[in-house]
Structure formats: C-alpha cells, structure tokens
Design a protein around this ligand. Structure first.
Ligand SMILES: Nc1ncnc2c1ncn2[C@@H]1O[C@H](COP(=O)(O)OP(=O)(O)OP(=O)(O)O)[C@@H](O)[C@H]1O
Ligand SMILES: [Mg+2]
Length: 263
C-alpha cells in the first residue's frame, strides 16, 4: 500500500484489495490488518498484514467464551499467538536463540503446524493434516477399545506390551517423516539450507521418545517447548502436571501475554 495514507483511506483500500486474497465473499469474513514495515528499497510503500477468518468461526469462539462467563476482548490468529509465547521459550536456548533458524512444530489432535522462524520473523509456514487422533484411532483398531478409552489409555500409558513396538513406534516414525518432509519443503521454497533447532509443541510433544525420533530422522536438535520454564509458579500449580500440559498451552500462553487497546 502507498505510505502515509489516512487511517480510513487505508482501511477502504485494504478492504478493496483483500477480496483477491480471501477465498470467501467478504461479508462472510471478519477482517483486520496492520501496517508492518516500509517496503524494503521503496519508502513510498508499506507492507500490510491481513488477518481474516470466517465470521462463523469467530462467532463459535465468542459463544464458547460467553458460555464460560467470559467476555471476548480480542481475537488472535493461532500462529501469531504461538509466536508471542515462542519468544519466551527462546530463553531455553543458549544466546536466546539469536540468528538461529528454528522450526516450531505444533502437533495437535488433527493438524500439525510448522512455522519456521528467524529472529522473531516467520520465514515459512505449512499445515499438514496429521496428529494425535491417528494414534488414538490405531489403538482403537488394534486393541478393541472404544475411541474414548483409547484416548485415556494413550495418555495413561497402560496398554498391552506390544503397544510400543507395533503402534507407538510406527506412529512416531510417520510423524518424524512428516516433519522431515516439511523441512524439505522449507528448503526448496526459500533461500535457506539449514534449520538449527526443532521446537516441538502441542499435545503430542509429550509422547515419550518422539523428540528423539524426530531428531534422529531430521538430524536437527529438538527441544520440547515449555512457555512456563522461566516463570514463577503459584503454589497451587502441580509442576509435574504443568510440565505435561505445557507444550499444548503455548497458544493459550501467547494469548495471555499479548496486549490490546481496551475499547
Ligand atoms: N500425555 C499425552 N500422551 C500422548 N498424547 C497426548 C498426551 N496429552 C495430549 N495428547 C494428545 O495431544 C492431542 C491434543 O493436542 P492439542 O491440545 O495441542 O490439540 P488441539 O490444539 O486441540 O488440536 P488441533 O491443533 O489439531 O486442532 C490429542 O491427540 C491428545 O491425545
Ligand atoms: Mg492446536
């Protein structure tokens, strides 16, 4: 966008241009934007970041908050919230992670999200439809348990002896290959040729041995994300339980850390 525009002119122009980037009619979408920086080598223009979501997705979340007795003040996008908390986790690295190319891999129930970052800026993102539900499903298929019991058994670790070899190991291998593939895509679509660390987040991060398998497949050092590692804990928090939950609380932690203009 041209630099130095009045706020409402800019808003008008962004909304006009946004439709070409958003695959839905604009009246079905909530939209916000932010001027990020001047265009390199062109002081006449600024780069603008657009965040957009289907209105129904926003309304679902506002309704969920309301049902919990909370009022929604702000809506953020998962990768940005994760990035805010990620900056805290950099303290886990020597030198605070400066000049290190870090792949943040969030492995949830259904989606694996990869965000490659350098000095606080995202270089590359990619989502893959793969997550912990696959492991639950496999337990369900192999051991004649309901899906609900499979989920509980997976977290409790009380499964037949052949679970590790026949189910867990192949799942971890497949996951590591997915991570490796994503990193290959990062290399082929950017100028970068090295990743220095893989940070693992999301509920699957605590699967025993997963970090080691990813490290050996990719030949990159791995670290399980803990956004609370440098925080003081209330006496009401059980540290062992928090450590298990910490990697899946990255986004919640990022939301809690961000600021906003009260209105
Ligand atoms: N202790 C554990 N051992 C194994 N798997 C676990 C453990 N705790 C959570 N998980 C798995 O992590 C997944 C949930 O992770 P997370 O909370 O990050 O997902 P989500 O953000 O809700 O899902 P998505 O990002 O895919 O939409 C589930 O598949 C769950 O079974
Ligand atoms: Mg998630």
């Amino acid at each position: 966008m041209p630099a130095g525009q009045r706020e409402d002119d800019l808003t008008f122009q962004v909304e006009n241009e946004a439709s070409q980037y958003i695959p839905f009619p604009l009246d079905e979408v909530d939209l916000d934007f932010q001027v990020t920086r001047p265009v390199p080598d062109n002081p006449e223009e600024v780069e603008v970041l657009i965040a957009a979501s289907r209105k129904e997705k926003v309304e679902d979340r506002v309704a969920t908050a309301l049902a919990a007795g909370l009022k929604t003040a702000i809506m953020d996008v998962e990768p940005y919230a994760a990035q805010t908390a990620f900056e805290l986790t950099l303290r886990q690295l020597p030198g605070g992670g400066e000049d290190q190319v870090i792949a943040l891999v969030d492995i949830g129930a259904t989606i694996m999200k990869i965000n490659v970052l350098l000095n606080g800026e995202s270089l590359y993102t990619r989502d893959q439809p793969f997550g912990g539900n696959q492991l639950t499903q496999e337990i369900h298929n192999q051991f004649n348990l309901s899906l609900e019991d499979s989920e509980t058994a997976k977290k409790g670790g009380n499964l037949p002896e052949n679970y590790k070899m026949d189910v867990l190991q192949p799942f971890c291998e497949t996951l590591a290959i997915e991570v490796m593939r994503a990193i290959q895509f990062f290399y082929t679509s950017t100028q970068y040729t090295e990743v220095n660390y893989i940070f693992i987040a999301g509920g699957c991060a605590v699967i025993p041995g997963l970090d080691a398998i990813i490290a050996s497949r990719t030949q990159v050092s791995t670290l399980i994300v803990n956004p609370f590692s440098t925080m003081e804990l209330s006496s009401r928090v059980i540290p062992r339980q928090l450590n298990l939950d910490a990697p899946s609380l990255l986004i919640a932690c990022g939301l809690a850390l961000r600021s906003f203009d009260p209105s």
